[in-house]
Structures are given as C-alpha cells and as structure tokens.
Ligand binder design. Structure first.
Ligand code: CA
Length: 731
C-alpha cells in the first residue's frame, strides 16, 4: 500500500498543481489540428510530425527534386546549433517555420527560407542530469499542435512552448520518482488530444511508463506503467495484473525492471490507437531479474493504447524474457500492404533484435517476421505462436557468448523510411555481434545511482582474435574461441531496401565507410528520407549526404557536407521551392565516446548545425580542418600498487567507461590527454562536480575520495603507457 499511495499522491499532485501556466502569449501560428494532419498529403510542402504525417513514413510526396535533377542539389543555408553533442532530431516544417531540438531539450525555430533563427528556447537543465543519460544527452525532436511546440527536457520536464515566441505556456514534471535515474531523450507524440511522453533510464533503475497530458493545459490524463511494480502492492492499473503473471514474484523489483519508452510512437486516427514501443529490461540478465523465468511483460513490446482512456487494446512482445538490451522502441511505420491478396493495415518495425516485423495494426496479429541482419539468439519467429524460437546461443549467464545482433541492435533510433511507390522500407541496418558477459559474481547487488545491467556486450577485437582481455574485472575470452558455427563477426553498415511483403532485400548499399569490418562501420549511416521523386537520401558520419534512386539504389549525387550526420533528413517547400534539411552532429550510443579517424567530426570538429539544400545550391561551406596535435602531456609520476590500479580500472569500467572511451578525440574527453591542471583538480571534478555545467556531474554519491584516487591512478597508468609510446615514436 505504501508505495502505491505514494504514486497516487504524486499523480494527483501533478494533475492538480504540477501544471504551471506561464502566460499564454501570442496567436496560434502552428494551427495544426488533427484534421489537417489526417489530410497531410494534401499539403506536401509541410512536414508536420517527425516522420511527416500520421503514418511516420519519413516519405514526402514532393517531386520538384527528382532522380533527373538531384545532381544539382547544393547548399542553401545553415544555422549553428551551438552544440557539440549528437543531433538526432528531424525538424518539423509548418507554414514556413522549422521547429527542431538538440541536446538537453533546447528548441530552435528557424525561418525555412533562409535559416534565420526566429527564437531559441533553453530549458536550463541542471548539469547533474548529464550523468543520467546512458547514450549522450540527445533529444529526438518536438511535436506541434494548435500553436504550441512540445519538447521533453533531459531532466524529465515536458514543456509546451508558444510556437510564435518560444515562451513556455505550461510545463509539467513527468518524473514519478526523482530518486531514480530517469531522463527524457525521446520526442513527445500527439495522439488525438493528448501529448504523450515516456522516458529513458532502463540501464540504471527505471521502471518504464508513459504519460498523456492535455494539449492545452498540461493536466495529466492517464499514465501507463510498462512493467509491474512489487506485486505485493496494489497495481496502478489493470493491465499490470496480467503482466505480473509473467514475472517471478521474487523478481528484482527494486531495480525497476526497465521497459522505458524513449523513441517510437505512432497514432492511427481512424482506429484511434496509439502505438508505443517499449525498451529493454533492467538488469539485462533475466536469470537475475526474474529467476523463475517468464515473458516479463511488457518489456520489448509494441503496445496499442486507446488514447482516450490509456487502456491497452493489444500487445505484441518482440522479445519474451528480454536478455540482451533488445529494445523495441524503434520507430514504427503504418501502411496499407497487400499480403496474400488481401489489403492489410499494417505496422512495421525493425527493432534491435534483428527481425523485421509486419503486424496487423488493428489486432496485433503477427503477419510475418524475418531477420534483416544476421541473428543467432533465435532461429526464427514461429508464425503460429508469434514467438521467437531461441537457439540457446543467446544464453550467456554461465559463459560468455558471441551474440548477433549487438547490444546496439540490428537497427537503432535512426529512422527508417517507407516509399509507397516502390513498396520498400529503407533501413539503416547494422550487422555486428558482441561478446556478451555476465559481470556479476555471486549475488546481484543493486546500486541506486549506477547502471544495474548486470551484464554487458563488448565488441570483439577483430585485429587480435586470440587475445584475452577483461571488462570491469570480468574475463573476455578470445574471439577465436567463440566463432565456431556462428556468422562472420566482421561489422558492417548497410542501407537496406527491404520488401516488407516478401520479407527480402530488394537492394542494398554497404555504408561501412572507411571502417569496413570495424565497429564504427555500424554508426556511419544515419536516418533515411524517401520521396515521390524516386529518391532516398541518407547522411553519414563521414560527412556526406548521399542521394540514391528509391527503386534501384543507384547513387545520383553525393554532397560533401563536412559535418557528421546521424539524423534523418526531411524536405519541404517554401515560396514554391523545395528544400532538403538535416541536423548534423555526431554522438549517441556509439558516437559519444570518440570520433573515429575518417569521420567529419574527427576532421572538422563536431559543432552542430542545421543544413538545408536546394537545386542549384552552392558547395557546402566547411569549417577549417582541425589540427590534431595528438600530444599527450607528460603524466604525473606515481608510485601506487598494482592492486590500487586494478581497483581503479574496475571502478572506471563501472562508473566512467560508458562515456570516457579513451580512444581519441570525441564529444567526451580522452582522459589520457589530461593536462597538469586537470590532474591537479581530478578529485574536485569527480567528487564535487566542478565541471557539472559541461555534463560531468558529481560522483560523490557513489565514489569516495580514495576510490577517485584509484581511478586517477589507473588513468595515470594509461597515460604513462601512451606517453611512452609517443616518446618512442619520437613525436
Ligand atoms: Ca538500452
């Protein structure tokens, strides 16, 4: 009773007093209502939602730019975002104004004709939240309706802004438990007359939920928890009773369970159904989480919700008993497909687990599922039961295993696109395995302010297949001992044109760039745009924006942008002229740690920008190339035991390595390059948080001064090794 009444009180409080009206200003300029959205194809010059329309296709009916003239596409304008982190959002364009977002939840309104900034809103998120983001402090975009623009700030606030002025109209705190490591990185989504937002934090201790708020006032309408709380307490809503049957009553409830909602949502206005993708489990290893087994609903699922009531209409779980960080949060596309001679209303998703799903979106029935990348955790999805058939190769509780796809997934947040003319879905696909390890010795111990995954995947060292290594103290066996009978572990990125009816590749482009076989290859290809001009457009970490024919994948044009691109481009018309626009900035789960050599971020830095293109445009102005001095300052001398350094290595792995990869320049500094000044301030930075405004939050809650010293000793050891190598090379 205790905890539930706590939630109830909090919910009542949010509904009653959490809605702060900060002065309703100005006229509604973004007068987008549901009817206008339903008829979006009738005004193809606009781009109303992240994926343009209600179907979330990332497809535009515009044809002014087409396969015959795309070679003339060039620079039109740009706007600096003043950011150095990843940019993942696709701008909206409504009646001549672009609306988009960047790190922390900063929102930009931009004149679509020339890139002039109309307003910028900064939610002023406290630096301490930087530590709560697993995979960069990104923001995946905004939603707009009736004169307001909605954004989720990293600290968990949902904010409605006046579209004309950028002034907040209302804001609510969506976080039910401030003690937990929750953030928002996803975009809000509007279904009928509510704005819905979930959150991130499954790697830490989140119990997933999503909440619907009144568009006009921010009043709480309903909240849906994606996993049960402690079943000895009352359920918050009826769906959790059924879900609890699929969990061991002795599950690790205090860890939260995961199932966060941080990306894909879609809304079918005719069916009045909101579709929501849910995330991975916490901890990853199911034998710790729910020792007696069970499907653990509603992890890694697609949920169909009535937006009026918040009640579940149907669910489809992509990964029963989720065990590998295989979130099903990826974006979902709604389409009508003819399957076996019958027109079906389908929902398509390519989640992290490697299977491409076609579901009947009226009922949730599985129509088909086939692997779009190498998969070895399951042999297939049984068409009768709708369940994946596990092979056993995915079970890494007792011994490390080479598992396909990696924890990054066969496909991640990078939007895929659907072109109704070709009938193809264009997937930024990632082919890679990881060596999955159980990191827990003995009993699982919950750490409230840390990651609680229990296991982890590490990318194999393909250059040294016989080398043993360690991660957070756990031995990583040599790759050569794990590959027998498994797919080739070399890593590749593909732009894969997928026929969703045949469940087969129609054409594909290898997008590995200079990293063929190595892990940066999977993070080269960004999100995808397709158009009725028979075009597919995709940006790359290497800094190009490429234009292909949608039917055959022929390269029509490659624009050297000089900035790493991850986000999906969009297209619009203003004053009768068609533009393509994209946000450019590297980061995210893979790009956060370092900028690989060959990336534009490495060559020109990672200052973010929005870049627009049009026919007859100029070459893109590039920033001056960075001069990498690559000089490691002489590290301090030290005389510490091997044991201390070993302890430091372990503490570094569990507290710091998620961001600091120490591979070279990146969003996050390589700590081998610490200056004498930084060395001197080390404990103040780590313990007191003297650089919190830059995202390096205080760790006083999880580390003692002595432990910070041990981490420092480990890093000095790394720096000394690299420095000696540098001296030997005579640099
Ligand atoms: Ca995850």
């Amino acid at each position: 009773m205790r905890r539930c009444s706590g939630y109830v009180l909090l919910i009542l409080c949010l509904a009653a007093c959490g809605t702060k009206t900060v002065g309703l200003t100005g006229q509604a300029v973004v007068d987008v209502g549901l009817q206008r959205l339903i008829a979006a194809d009738g005004e193809p010059g606009n781009w109303f939602t992240a994926g343009r329309d209600l179907n979330q296709t990332y497809h535009s009916p515009l044809t002014q730019i087409h396969a015959g003239n795309a070679g003339e596409l060039g620079f039109a304008w740009q706007l600096d975002t003043d950011t150095v982190n990843g940019l993942e959002a696709t701008p909206l364009m409504i009646d001549g104004v672009l609306y988009t977002s960047g790190p922390w939840g900063v929102v930009y309104a931009v004149d679509a004709r020339n890139g002039t900034e109309l307003w910028r809103y900064n939610p002023q998120v406290a630096g301490k939240y930087g530590r709560r983001a697993c995979c960069d402090i990104v923001n995946r975009g905004v939603a707009a309706r009736h004169g307001k623009v909605y954004v989720g700030a990293l600290d968990g606030r949902l904010i409605a802004l006046d579209a004309k002025t950028g002034e907040p109209v209302w804001e609510v705190d969506t976080v039910v438990d401030p003690e937990r490591m929750l953030t928002i990185t996803g975009a809000p989504y509007i279904a009928k007359d509510v704005v819905v937002i979930g959150n991130s934090g499954a790697e830490f201790n989140a119990r997933g939920y999503f909440t619907a708020y009144d568009l006009d006032t921010g009043a709480l309408r309903w909240r849906f928890f994606t996993v049960p709380g402690d079943p000895s307490l009352p359920f918050e809503h009826e769906e959790l009773e059924a879900a609890a049957e699929t969990w061991d009553p002795n599950s690790l409830w205090e860890v939260g369970g995961g199932g966060t909602v941080w990306d894909g949502m879609a809304y079918d206005a005719e069916l009045n159904l909101l579709y929501v993708g849910t995330g991975n489990a916490t901890p990853y290893l199911r034998k710790f989480r729910s020792p007696a087994g069970g499907d653990n609903l509603y992890l890694a699922s697609i949920l169909a919700i009535n937006p009026d009531t918040g009640r579940l209409i149907w669910h489809y779980q992509t990964v029963p008993g989720e065990n590998w960080d295989y979130a099903a949060t990826q974006k979902m596309i709604l389409a009508d497909l003819t399957i076996d001679g019958r027109s079906r209303k389908v929902l398509m998703q390519a989640p992290k687990n490697g299977f491409f799903y076609v579901l009947d979106r009226v009922t949730g029935e599985l129509l088909s599922a086939e692997p779009f990348v190498p998969v070895n955790w399951a042999s297939h999805v049984d068409p009768q039961t709708g369940r994946p058939v596990e092979t056993g190769q995915g079970e890494y509780f007792d011994e490390p295993k080479l598992i396909f796809p990696s924890q990054i997934g066969g496909h991640n947040w990078q939007p895929m696109a659907f072109n109704p003319a070709t009938g193809l879905v264009y997937i930024p696909a990632m082919e890679a395995p990881m060596i999955f390890l159980n990191l827990v010795r003995g009993e699982f111990k919950y750490s409230p302010n840390r990651m609680n995954v229990g296991g982890v995947g590490v990318f194999p060292d393909l250059d040294n297949p016989d080398k043993k290594s360690r991660f957070a103290g756990a031995p990583v066996p040599p790759l050569s001992g794990l590959t027998a009978g498994q797919p080739d572990p070399a890593m590749h990125g593909f732009l894969r044109a997928w026929d969703p009816v045949k469940q087969a590749v129609a054409w594909e482009i290898n997008t590995s760039g200079p990293w063929e076989g190595e892990f940066p290859a999977i993070w080269n290809g960004g999100g995808v745009l397709t158009t009725a001009g028979n075009l597919v457009i995709q940006g790359y970490a290497t800094g190009e924006l490429n234009v292909y024919t949608a039917d055959t994948g022929s390269l029509l044009h490659s624009i050297d942008v000089g900035s790493s691109i991850m986000a999906a481009p969009m297209t619009y018309t203003v004053d009768g002229e068609q533009y393509v626009a994209v946000m450019a900035g590297y980061g995210g789960a893979v790009g956060l740690g370092f900028f690989p050599e060959g990336s534009a971020a490495n060559q020109y830095g990672n200052s973010g920008r929005i870049v627009a293109f049009k026919l007859g445009g100029r070459p893109v102005p590039k920033r001056p190339p960075l001069v990498h001095d690559h000089v490691i300052p002489k590290p301090p001398e030290q005389n510490v035991s091997r044991k201390t350094k070993g302890q430091g290595a372990f503490l570094f792995a569990i507290n710091c390595a998620r961001c600091h990869q120490n591979n070279g320049p990146g969003v996050i500094p390589d700590l081998r390059y610490m200056s004498a000044e930084t060395h001197a301030e080390f404990n103040a930075i780590v313990i007191e948080g003297t650089r919190a405004t830059r995202g390096m939050a205080a760790f006083a809650d999880v580390l003692t001064d002595e432990q910070a010293d041990a981490i420092h000793a480990h890093l000095i050891g790394l720096a000394q090794r690299a420095w000696k190598k540098q001296q030997a090379a005579g640099e």
